[in-house]
Design a protein around this ligand. Sequence first.
Ligand code: ZN
Ligand code: ZN
Length: 152
Amino acid sequence: MGMGYEYKCPDCGYNETFDLGVGFGFPEEYHKLLIKVKNGELGEELHKLIKVYPQGEIDTDKVLAVCNECGNIEVVTDLSFYVPKKERRKKNNYVMNNDLFINYEPIFSFPHKCKKCHGNMKIVFREGQKEINLKCPECCAALKLSEIFCWD
Ligand SMILES: [Zn+2]
Ligand SMILES: [Zn+2]
C-alpha cells in the first residue's frame, strides 16, 4: 500500500503531493520494470548487473529525491540493485521490501538526474520513515507536511 504526502509552502503557495511506496499493482509493475532493465532501457549498469546476477533484485519503491543543484523535489523509482546475501530459492518472481532489506544487500545505487536541470539527485525519504524537513524548491522556506493519505 502506498502513502501520499502533501507538502505546502507557507510563504509562496507551492503545493505538491508525493505518492510514495508501492501500490497493489506492484507485481505487474515489477515485471514491466524488469523487462526494461533486461532491454537496457534503464541504463547500461543495471543491464549488466542483471546479466551477472540473475538472482538480483531491483528496489521498485517510489521514493523522494531532491536535486543537489536546484532543490527540485521529485518522486523517483529507487532502482537500487540488490543481491541475495545467501543463495535462496525464490517463492515469487519478486520480493517485497522488508524481505529485500533483510536478506539482500545493495551493490548499486541508481544515479537519478533532475528533470529540471539534470543535476544529481539524492534520495532523502521513503515511505514509512520519519518525515524529514524539506525546503521549498521555489523560495527555500521550510515546507509544511499538510496531509498523509493512502493512494492505493
Ligand atoms: Zn515557497
Ligand atoms: Zn535540479
